[in-house]
Design a protein around this ligand. Structure first.
Ligand code: T4K
Length: 399
């Protein structure tokens, strides 16, 4: 195991020969992929609502416990067409502390995101923060279940009702996660999941909108395609947001594996928590004991005054060791184009978002991260933080 002077910033060899990424893939068994693709080739039916997409719509609705699941090309398109299907126009309150797709999907639909700060403990919107942003122009609230933690669904539902607002959730992090013991997916008017390659359930790319509203589901199914087989409702505008059979094949195989992957994620998460428990200035984001999380995200908070290093300095040293931990999310969505150059957002103060953007980092987790990998990453982090002063001096010399 490395000592301080063996770190790559001091001239040592990187701990990992190959990059260790945060977004590790959850690959299905090769035999399953082969069988699924044989079926696709034999049917010669690649897209346009083939049998695998239909099967996935049914299977994911059952998995989540909702009436309807509408698979789409990816989560971003899911968010875009959901806003369109609900005919939302005007302002939508969203957290700034999220992946940029959340807010940019609204902008694509001609909507105006109103950025809201998040709670420092949950990293999510709270009803109190949202209430302060509601004006006569507000039409909807879009919560994000960040790190798979439910985004105040009960309070936001009451608030949305009181102000006659639409309530939708970006559930892209929340596959398999629960709120009050029930799987996330049936909250608000509808929820949107991502099946991106790095997600615990993935279709390489992909996404899915879930809802209990029959009329909304019919509109979504019509909007997602120009293909005549999918006309269920009269809608003003359609788009090609179809999922392909190849994507559905991966997602169906992955769906069966979710419990196994979640359990393995949880073991690695626990390992990080116990190995890094006593480091001053570092804490790992916790998940509610009464709920299920997918443990995909191991989120470390670096408090610079106690740790002796900033989050960015820790990230730099880990990158030099080939550990590609991520600064999610940096910067906040409000500080990215197109919003950062928009006068309407000038002077926006979101102190918790800005703080989290400076302090959080994601550590590697996922199917291909071994117990030994976690041990080595934890050892590196421990070496870096216990030698914080020397590390900082070294980084300053190299700057
Ligand atoms: N809302 C929220 C809250 C979201 O988090 C996301 C997506 C969305 C909406 C939009 O959903 P989608 O339209 O994407 O379905 C990744 C994912 O690309 C993104 O889907 C995800 N959230 C976000 C949290 O993470 P990046 O830019 O951080 O990571 P990316 O794609 O570069 O992958 C991370 C690392 O994983 C890479 O550096 C290398 C490794 N990797 C990645 C891929 C794709 C592999 O080893 N193999 C691969 O095939 O966004």
């Amino acid at each position: 195991m490395k000592r301080l002077n063996d770190l790559a910033i001091f001239g040592g060899r990187p701990e990992f020969h190959e990059p260790l990424h945060v977004g590790q893939l959850y690959l299905p068994e090769w035999s399953g992929i082969e069988a699924a693709f044989r079926g696709i080739f034999e049917r010669q039916w690649y897209t346009n609502h083939g049998p695998l997409v239909r099967q996935l719509d049914i299977a994911f609705a059952k998995f989540v416990g909702v009436k309807h699941a509408v698979s789409v090309t990816n989560g971003t398109l899911g968010l875009m067409i959901l806003a369109r299907a609900l005919e939302i126009q005007g302002e939508v309150i969203v957290p700034a502390f999220t992946f940029p797709a959340t807010a940019q999907a609204l902008a694509w639909g001609g909507l105006t995101p109103v950025f809201c700060d998040v709670d420092s403990k949950t990293h999510n919107l709270s009803a109190e923060l949202v209430r302060r942003k509601i004006t006569s122009r507000t039409r909807a609230i879009m919560g994000v279940h960040l790190w798979g933690r439910a985004c105040a669904p009960d309070d936001l539902t009451s608030l949305a009702k009181a102000f006659s607002l639409r309530l939708i959730f970006d559930a892209c992090h929340a596959i398999g996660c629960t709120h009050q013991g029930r799987r996330i997916g049936g909250l608000g008017d509808a929820e949107v999941f991502s099946f991106h390659a790095t997600k615990v359930l993935n279709g390489t790319e992909g996404g899915c909108i879930t809802t209990n509203d029959d009329i909304l589901a019919a509109r979504l199914r019509t909007i997602r395609s120009f293909h005549p087989s999918e006309e269920f409702a009269v809608v003003p505008l359609r788009i090609n947001a179809k999922m392909s059979e190849a994507q559905a094949a991966f997602a169906l195989l992955g769906l069966a594996d979710v419990p196994r992957h979640v359990e393995a994620n949880r073991r690695r998460y626990d390992q990080y928590c116990s190995r890094l428990a006593d480091l001053p200035g570092l804490s790992i984001t916790s998940y509610a004991t009464g709920e299920t999380n997918n443990f995909q995200y191991v989120v470390a908070d670096i408090a610079p005054a106690q740790a002796g290093l900033t989050r960015d300095q820790v990230v730099e040293v880990l990158h030099r060791e080939n550990v590609f931990c991520r600064r999610h999310f940096h910067p906040g969505a409000h500080r990215m184009p197109p919003f950062r150059n928009d006068d309407r957002y000038a002077g926006l103060s979101l102190p918790v978002t800005d703080l989290l953007c400076q302090r959080l980092l994601l550590l590697p987790n996922g199917a291909t991260v071994s117990v030994e990998d976690v041990d080595r990453v934890c050892h590196l982090v421990t070496t870096i933080l216990t030698g914080a002063e020397s590390v900082r001096r070294r980084l300053e010399q190299q700057a």
